[in-house]
Design a protein. Structure first.
Length: 477
């Protein structure tokens, strides 16, 4: 390889990291919105006099927006392109952050939470889809894992932001007295917590203007020259030609494949297993209880004997562990594979949930034990369920319906997330923390069976080879 070729390859790699990093900001917004509510919900519940059921509704109304956003995103991204739909998600989140910060009536506050949910739902489907379609096979696992890393960074940023704003709100008003800033920081600190989301949303929107459209979407929509340009931009010449040939074969395949319309193809024996994986894996990742800890962490830690300040500090430690152990997946998923990470992580996470429930049942609320096992659970989720779910879901569907199929899989995730967000405060009241964590352990366990029996190892294969795997598997039956 000549010096100039090596330099070009390095330039292409840097550009690939840049565009995938920009797309991953959608994950940052996802994480920020998921976590910021943990610091907000207690203040809002007190200010508006909410019951446990209404508290759950306030949290989960954004998740209802996510469900609708995901349901629309698949078709929109297939019709108008991945980039345009990501821009829409950034706009929706910006409007939501500003509205939640400023409006007073409870109904409007809930309405703007719903709008933000629409944006997050769209981004949660299209961001990993975009990265999956751009990434070369040898790097795809770790590049999609960057999306999960961005989620954890968003969660951590929300925890730090909440803790910082809480500190400001308890200090003297000083020069802020009587001003708008006193109203949103000292008098109603939860408003500034929600309003902080406008900063990453605007950065996301501006950055998206500088990235190209997905080459697979371009090829599917008859723009082969542009698709070729961007595939060559991020690959070596030989790798680019191999990738383009595979994309052309998938896009311009047999007529009987192209004539099958939309998601109906997933119900055929050819892709039925992919559909089962795509629906179950995201749902089980949420039923394991991850967002019960993210949404209601301060309340759970309060039940474990922590003060308000200690609970917020505990949430920060959860965010740090979540981020750090995501790096385990980034550096190992393309070396060890998807299945080993998922199997090891979910098995230990399941045991950790059982132990957390036992500690609450025995009333062990003195010392750090409950927090330590929560951190163990978070660590296992962070290197398994968190990133590997997005990687597998992005890989297992054929190109010509990947957008809508991935939308269906992400819809499954948000429906499960909605029920977790809505029912967790009710479960904490009715069956207590012990029963709640045992329920999550029972719901986490089926993932072990799913991984062993159904999920294929996709490490090192391009997307078209994975599609071929399903075809060969169907012919053997």
């Amino acid at each position: 390889m000549t010096h100039s070729q090596n330099k070009a390859d390095q330039s292409g790699f840097k550009y690939l990291i840049l565009i995938c990093g920009i797309a991953a900001i959608g994950g940052f917004l996802f994480g920020f919105d998921t976590a910021v509510i943990s610091g907000v919900v207690g203040f809002v519940k007190s200010e508006y006099g909410m019951s446990a059921a209404k508290e759950g509704w306030f949290v989960s109304v954004a998740l209802l927006g996510c469900i609708i956003g995901v349901a629309a995103a698949g078709k929109l991204s297939d019709s108008y392109g991945r980039k345009k739909v990501l821009l829409l998600s950034a706009l929706l989140f910006t409007v939501s952050a500003i509205g939640c910060c400023l409006v007073v009536p409870e109904s409007l506050l809930i309405g703007f939470r719903f709008i933000g949910g629409l944006g997050i739902g769209v981004a949660s489907m299209v961001s990993p889809l975009y990265i999956t379609e751009f990434a070369p096979p040898r790097l795809r696992g770790r590049l999609v894992a960057i999306y999960q890393l961005a989620i954890t960074l968003g969660i951590l940023a929300a925890y730090f932001s909440n803790a910082w704003l809480l500190g400001l709100s308890t200090g003297p008003a000083g020069s802020l007295h009587g001003s708008f800033w006193q109203w949103i920081i000292h008098d109603h600190v939860w408003r500034s917590m929600l309003g902080m989301g406008v900063l990453p949303a605007i950065i996301f929107m501006g950055s998206l203007l500088f990235i190209p459209e997905s080459p697979r979407w371009l090829m599917t929509n008859g723009r082969a020259t542009q698709a070729s340009k961007w595939v060559h931009k991020v690959n070596t010449p030989m790798a680019a030609e191999i990738e383009l040939a595979a994309i052309r074969t998938a896009v311009h395949g047999p007529e009987d494949k192209k004539n099958k319309k939309g998601l109906k193809e997933l119900t055929t024996p050819l892709y039925r297993t992919a559909l089962i994986i795509g629906l179950l894996l995201p749902a089980l990742s949420q039923f394991s209880g991850i967002n019960a800890v993210i949404y209601y962490g301060p309340r759970i830690l309060d039940a474990a004997g922590f003060s308000l300040g200690g609970a917020f500090g505990g949430q920060v430690s959860i965010g740090i562990i979540n981020m750090l152990f995501t790096f385990v997946a980034i550096f190992t998923v393309d070396k060890w594979g998807r299945r080993p990470l998922l199997l090891v992580g979910t098995s230990i996470a399941c045991l950790a949930l059982v132990v957390i429930g036992f500690l609450f049942f025995k009333g062990v609320t003195q010392g750090p034990w409950i927090l330590l096992f929560i951190l163990l659970y978070i660590a296992c989720f962070a290197f398994s369920f968190g990133p590997v779910c997005w990687i597998i879901v992005g890989e297992i569907f054929p190109t010509h319906i990947r957008g809508r199929a991935m939308g269906l899989a992400t819809l499954s995730l948000w429906v499960a997330n909605f029920f977790v967000g809505w029912l967790t405060p009710v479960l904490l009241d009715r069956v207590g923390p012990a029963g709640t964590f045992w329920i999550f352990a029972v719901l986490c366990a089926p993932t072990i069976w799913l991984t062993i029996e159904l999920i294929p190892e996709t490490k090192g294969h391009n997307l078209e080879e994975i599609t071929l795997y399903w075809e060969q598997r169907a012919h053997k039956k």
